[in-house]
Design a protein around this ligand. Structure first.
Ligand code: SPV
Ligand code: MG
Length: 564
């Protein structure tokens, strides 16, 4: 019989009789299932290398192997457990999922006994297929299993019962190329060659795609004898852990399909980890170890940090590069309760007002933050921000304080009063605005309820807030001052503004102009902003609702403690 492949190659005569049914595997594999089937079926000797977790799976792939053996012994040992089904099958499945995610290689899973009877095998095989695990090896032992190299004469499963497990596994596979390897333990259990062949034949008839003939002898004699008798009726898989000295060329000559190097990565890791731990313990130093161990960079490379960097560029919003200047030079504790404590240092639920404000700036991605302090400046402390001192805070105003930090007005700049709290979306809206200069304005007029020692910075713009949430037409500043009659005002400036790099240039020019006119010492920010608006477009962004707080009074303070 012969068959024609899409590639035009005539199969049949060239496919050894034991490999019949694997013809499709000779085409390039489209899936991991097909890839494993091809490895097992190929007339040339294939190798599966042991892995026991995601990292070791990556190392197997990096070494150039074309398939992985997910060893029951090493997966359980890596969990600190015995190879006696101590890990539940779902825990094993979790490990396998990490391995499948970590590599593109096909994985042959050591399924032990199938974790029970035919019914457990059915569910196990379905779950393996769902997770892209390309094949399973089932051994003809009883649950809970014991490793083949422990003890003598382990009891084996009844042949018919085990054939039921094989049939159930094959009937449950979700991909036609899923590979089920039946493992014959008759030689290991001392039942002899005839029993081994009888079992292999029965398992093959039950639907096994390949036979793993296991041996614990130190030579491969019984393996070669088995292979001769078997005569390639189905692919043969071997595990030469005990007969490791046998030259691989002899496995080729014997027509073996696949060699499993079953546990050597874990064993290598044990030696390396033991030596490293002992050396560090002895030396109480890393000096002789560094250079002998993988670099941290190597870990990053293995787990694919470069890919994450690329993905971050693609999927994360571009980080704002804005800097911020917080004006915190004036004023004492609201209500005077803090005996000289600067207002920005009052306690808001265990954090200073300044720390809360800076926290909001940081949440919006602002890292470069300068705080201008003056009144009670020794008490103004906060890690990770730059402190700029206004030594003349008693006789100067806000524009002077701002000028003290003029070095920081370079690129995109956020300007905030040191005694305000605002919700993050207010700042994010300013940062997202395309305007070169933009102020956050409370259009609800409800920010100040009680009597306040300082007057609100009221705003007149070219357009009032329409009251509609879809109101996104730009409004522009005409004037901001604290002596505007409330009925003329469009809202209250929240003490928060943002300038683009261009807008920051306008701000620097305006500071210089005030200085040249001798007004810098006395000018407040409303004056500076009003002058700016006379020369350049300064946008107003309206907000409503309880999205900010100006901490001026004890009442404000109580409210601030509930803000968040
Ligand atoms: C394993 O690697 O878990 C195996 C092979 O089953 S052996 O340890 O040789 O039984
Ligand atoms: Mg095992």
């Amino acid at each position: 019989m012969s068959a024609s492949t899409p590639g035009g190659c005539i199969l049949g005569d060239v496919v050894p009789s034991g490999l019949r049914g694997f013809e499709s595997a000779l085409r390039p594999p489209a899936t991991r299932f097909a890839a494993l089937r091809r490895e097992i079926a190929s007339p040339s000797l294939s190798f599966l290398m042991e892995a026991h977790d995601g990292l070791s799976a990556k190392i197997v792939e990096e070494a150039g192997f074309r398939g992985i053996w997910a060893s029951g012994l090493t997966m359980s040992a890596a969990l600190g457990l015995r190879d006696s089904n101590e890990a539940s099958w779902t825990q094993v499945l979790d490990v396998l999922e990490y391995m499948a995610d970590a590599t593109t290689l096909p994985i042959l899973v050591d399924g032990d006994t199938g974790h029970g009877n035919f019914n457990n095998v059915r569910r196990f095989v379905r779950k393996l297929c769902e997770r892209g695990l390309a094949g399973v090896c089932l051994e003809d032992k009883l649950f809970p299993k014991t490793n083949s190299f422990i003890g003598e004469g382990q009891p084996l499963a009844d042949i018919e019962e085990f054939c039921g497990r094989i049939k159930a596994g094959k009937d449950s596979q979700l991909d036609d190329d899923f590979v089920l390897v039946a493992r014959v333990e008759a030689l290991v259990s001392g039942l002899g060659m005839e029993e081994a062949l009888r079992r292999a034949e029965a398992y093959h008839r039950a639907g096994a795609d390949a036979i793993l003939i296991h041996s614990k002898q130190s030579t491969a004699d019984e393996i070669f004898a088995f292979a001769r008798h078997w005569a390639n009726r189905a692919p043969l898989v071997i595990v030469p852990t005990m007969y490791y000295a046998t030259p691989t060329a002899l496995f080729r000559e014997a027509g073996i399909s696949t060699v499993i190097w079953a546990n050597h990565l874990l064993r290598a890791a044990i030696v390396a980890m033991r030596e490293t731990a002992a050396r560090i313990r002895r030396d109480e130093s890393l000096l002789r170890v560094e250079g002998q161990v993988a670099s941290v960079k190597d870990i990053f490379r293995l787990v694919g940090n470069a890919e994450l960097e690329q993905a971050e560029k693609r999927y994360l919003p571009a980080r704002p590069t804005a800097a911020a200047i917080v004006l915190a030079a004036s004023g004492g504790d609201p209500g005077g309760s803090g005996a000289g404590r600067p207002k920005c240092m009052v306690d808001i639920r265990g954090r200073s007002l300044l720390a809360t404000l800076v926290g909001t700036l940081r949440e919006s991605g602002i890292r470069d933050i300068a705080v201008v302090r003056g009144y009670g400046r020794e008490a103004v402390r906060l890690g990770g921000v730059r402190m700029v001192d206004n030594d003349r805070h008693a006789e100067t105003g806000e524009a002077w304080s701002l000028a003290c930090a003029r070095e920081a007005i370079r690129g995109e700049t956020v300007l905030a009063y040191g005694d305000v709290l605002f919700r993050r979306y207010v700042l994010d809206s300013l940062l997202a605005s395309g305007a070169d200069a933009v102020l956050a304005v409370d259009a609800s007029g409800g920010a100040r309820r009680g009597p306040s020692p300082s007057l609100p910075d009221l705003v007149v713009a070219d357009r009032r807030f329409s009251g509609h949430f879809l109101d996104d037409a730009p409004a522009h500043l005409r004037r901001v001052a604290n002596d505007i009659p409330p009925e003329e005002a469009c809202g209250e400036w929240m003490g928060l503004a943002r300038f683009s790099a261009r807008g920051a240039g306008w701000l620097r020019e305006e500071i210089a102009a005030l200085e040249a006119e001798g007004l810098l010492e006395t000018a407040d920010l409303p004056l500076l902003l009003t002058r700016l608006a006379a020369r350049h477009p300064v946008q107003v962004l309206y907000f409503t609702g309880p999205c900010w707080l100006d901490v001026d009074t004890l009442g404000d303070l109580a409210e601030a403690r509930n803000f968040g």
